[in-house]
Write a protein that binds this ligand. Sequence first.
Ligand code: FES
Length: 87
Amino acid sequence: MFDVAPENFELEDTGMYVCVCHALTDRHVREDAQAGAKSAGAVFSRRGVRPVCGKCVGCMRSVLDETRKGRSDQHQYHDEPECQAAE
Ligand code: FES
């Protein structure tokens, strides 16, 4: 049989992509929200990037809102229209 993963290999849970232009995940957005970011612009600013297509802004706002409401689990609403625009 093939060994496909080295011993002690752990798949890192990196989250789901919110911004494909900058490879930002919901985890990144939550980190930024917990550090005080209140808008998509603040997330871009904290990450040192500028919006490219802007299709992620609605989804990013949704993740920011979830975080503000104290939901710390992985982004649950990726099927909603504001999130589908980024995919
Ligand atoms: S998906 Fe975020 S700027 Fe394009």
